[in-house]
Write a protein that binds this ligand. Sequence first.
Ligand code: 5GP
Ligand code: ZN
Length: 115
Amino acid sequence: MSDDCIFCKIASGAIPAKFVYEDEFLVAFPDINPMAPVHVLVIPRKHLDSVAAAGPSDSALLGHALLTLPKIAAKLGIAESGFRVVMNTGKDGGQSVGHLHWHLLGGRFMEWPPG
Ligand code: 5GP
Ligand code: ZN
């Protein structure tokens, strides 16, 4: 828990959010500014600034997240149509919140390349 981190506050319940999925390690909730019909943020309960701050002790957590993302997509009804997972990292990566998160996007065709 990082005291001034908005996603830590969401994960702990200090700031209310509608969790579309939660388990011991992760929570998922709708992005406040959705870029697609389905746009949720999947975050670890543990504070990590970004994937670049993760270490070997986080390997189980990161593996769990990757295995869970398709399950959340299925729960949200976008597993068959397809979905995109985005992990913005650092300044040039477009990361604006300094708590590791995955964007799970779907419900429309995702263009490539990204902007
Ligand atoms: P980033 O730009 O760091 O990859 O993504 C951060 C995302 O968090 C943005 O898409 C932004 O809309 C979302 N976001 C920022 N603050 C909040 C908040 O307080 N609640 C929710 N649900 N989403 C937020
Ligand atoms: Zn945090």
